[in-house]
Design a binder for this molecule. Structure first.
Ligand SMILES: Nc1ncnc2c1ncn2[C@@H]1O[C@H](COP(=O)(O)OP(=O)(O)OP(=O)(O)O)[C@@H](O)[C@H]1O
Ligand SMILES: [Mg+2]
Length: 266
């Protein structure tokens, strides 16, 4: 029987909040838990693609036509744009630097907020995947609107730092706008990232977030871990780079929590 595919966007207009790192490592963790996962790189920075493929491979996707930009530009079924990673149960639709022109591309199209949703329709209907995880860029425009209109859930990674909270209010306002287009979109939760356990500051971040109405903060926090950067440098999930890394365990636990919550909300 086909799977009931859940689409989850990782979004926050604050740059460097851990969207891509979380999307990649939660995606990998879910695949290890036996879920079939499709990752979508929605950012011109190509960071999600680089998390699984080396620079040469990513530039080949980006400069050819096997990337999300062309799929959206041509308004095609995105099934044709899926590439397999070396990991079982884990596929990817790569990005392109041309995504920088996406807002312009969308502007001339009819029902422009729904183009990604339309492109994913057959993939969802096929029941092939348990999860589709989309990595959003740090912007709030028509393209991120597309990502959120194509999603069932949004996860907002927030960095545990004084400025980490800065963009959250803008993001909530944007989600209000999105809810007019996609009334079923649900904020699954906030993932607190880059926690420095030696300092007390992160407790304040969590405190403030928990006081916000209708906001769930995931129990599992993600600590600062220098291995994350080495893993990214090697285009590998943290678990493959160093199985014993603290962040590998944290991302695995967070993935279990997300899987439980997404299942409960259906
Ligand atoms: N737990 C962590 N420990 C240490 N470094 C981290 C951790 N998580 C992320 N980083 C680093 O922080 C930086 C930003 O992370 P990431 O790229 O995931 O954020 P982002 O929200 O996707 O950024 P952007 O808004 O640019 O897309 C990266 O250099 C990454 O290596
Ligand atoms: Mg990113």
């Amino acid at each position: 029987m086909g799977k009931n595919t859940k689409v989850i966007a990782f979004a926050n207009n604050k740059g460097g909040s851990g969207k891509t790192t979380s999307c990649a490592n939660i995606g990998y963790s879910l695949s290890v838990l036996g879920k079939k996962v499709l990752l979508i790189d929605g950012d011109m920075q190509l960071n999600l693609s680089l998390s699984f493929f080396n620079e040469e491979e990513v530039l080949e996707f980006a400069s050819g036509e096997k990337n999300l930009y062309y799929g959206i530009k041509k308004q095609e079924d995105l099934t044709n744009y899926i590439v397999s990673t070396v990991y079982e149960n884990l596929d990817l639709i790569p990005s392109s630097t041309l995504m920088s022109g996406m807002e312009y591309e969308l502007f001339t199209k009819w029902q422009r907020e729904l183009i990604l949703k339309q492109g994913l329709k057959n993939i969802k209907a096929s029941g092939e995947y348990d999860y589709i995880l989309i990595d959003a860029p740090p912007t709030l425009g028509g393209w991120v609107m597309n990502i959120l209109c194509a999603s069932d859930y949004v996860i907002m990674p927030v960095e545990a730092s004084p400025w980490g909270l800065f963009g959250v209010a803008n993001m909530f306002e944007f989600l209000q706008d999105v809810s007019r287009m996609n009334e079923d979109l649900k904020l699954l939760g906030i993932a607190v990232t880059k926690v420095d356990g030696r300092k007390n500051y992160y407790k304040q971040t969590i405190e403030v977030l928990k006081q916000t109405d209708d906001v769930h903060v995931f129990d599992q926090l993600i600590g600062i871990d220098s291995e994350v950067e080495w893993a990214q440098d090697n285009s590998k999930p943290i678990h493959v780079h160093k199985k014993s890394a603290r962040s590998a365990k944290e991302y695995m636990e967070l993935a279990k929590e997300i899987d439980r919550d997404a299942g409960r909300n259906r």
